[in-house]
Design a protein around this ligand. Structure first.
Ligand code: HPA
Length: 271
């Protein structure tokens, strides 16, 4: 595994002239427009990077983008890998591990999620303060990669409290509502039944989605501070459940996108 990670890293360093990103950003479903804010220096297709998995979901474009945001060096994954696509957990988190080897110091993640907290509304933003992993595996199963991190990494404070506080202040100053909550990660690809949504709210989740937690676990294993944000694309409380349509999820994400982009940009500016 370390050999594969190093092969990818070397290729990327070669193609980008040794570009050194400080921040890694992973963009979720319908949330790729942040890239328009980036002064792009290099763009590499996943398909061209040795050992890199290749994206299959149509709403993701599958590129690693290097450039500047708020004057800071960033690498952005436009399109991520989901467990439901058939990738192994090692493949799902491969790019995050490569980010670390490229020198990334902090990880910022976004996703589209279903809202379980009755106070939420469609197109709200929720800062993830904690998570519940309900995916059937995780990227740390198997022989530990001692070069990357410890066998039993701590998960008592997964999401960086300093960045959470900064995000809350940025939202307050920009005068938009920013919620905080717990994200439950399920395997998908089917959406949840009514009974499953009820179960998720009973066990303490405020939002549910099919991504993020594997990448976050890998990042924390390597000691990277993480900030993560959910865009609530559909409400899943008993009175508001309706049939989920991908087009509606993308529409709800598009409405939230400018707020999310501004929040990430300003957060990076403050680091
Ligand atoms: N469930 C799981 N994943 C999701 C949802 C949902 O309701 N909405 C967007 N991603």
């Amino acid at each position: 595994m370390m050999q594969l990670l190093q092969d990818s890293t070397r290729y990327i360093q070669d193609k980008t002239g040794g570009f050194a990103p400080e921040f890694g950003i992973i963009l979720g479903t319908g949330l790729g427009a942040l890239v328009n804010e980036i002064e792009v220096k290099h763009s590499l297709s996943y398909a061209d990077i040795p050992s890199f998995p290749v994206s299959t979901v149509e709403s993701h474009s599958g590129k690693l983008i290097f450039g500047q945001l708020a004057g800071r060096n960033v690498v952005v994954m436009q399109g991520r890998f989901h467990y439901y696509e058939g990738y192994t957990m090692d493949e799902v988190v491969f790019p995050v591990r490569v980010m670390k080897l490229l020198g990334v110091k902090k990880l910022i993640v976004s996703n589209a999620a279903g809202g379980l907290n009755p106070r939420f509304n469609t197109s709200d933003l929720m800062v993830i303060t904690d998570h519940i992993n309900l995916q059937p595996s995780n990227p740390l199963i198997g022989k530990n990669l001692d070069e990357l991190g410890p066998r039993f990494p701590d998960m008592s404070e997964v999401y960086d409290e300093g960045m959470i506080r900064q995000a809350m202040i940025i939202a307050e100053e920009a005068d938009f509502d920013l919620s905080e909550g717990v994200y439950a990660s399920v395997p998908g690809p089917m959406l949840e039944t009514k009974a499953e949504y009820h179960y998720l709210s009973v066990i303490g989740a405020d939002a549910v989605g099919m991504s993020t937690v594997p990448e976050v676990i890998a990042a924390r294993h390597m000691g990277m501070p993480v900030f993560a944000l959910s865009v609530i694309t559909d409400m899943c409380t008993p009175d508001r459940i309706k049939k989920v349509v991908l087009a509606e999820i993308l529409e709800a994400a598009a409405i939230a996108e400018p707020r999310m982009t501004m929040l990430i940009r300003e957060l990076i500016r403050q680091q």
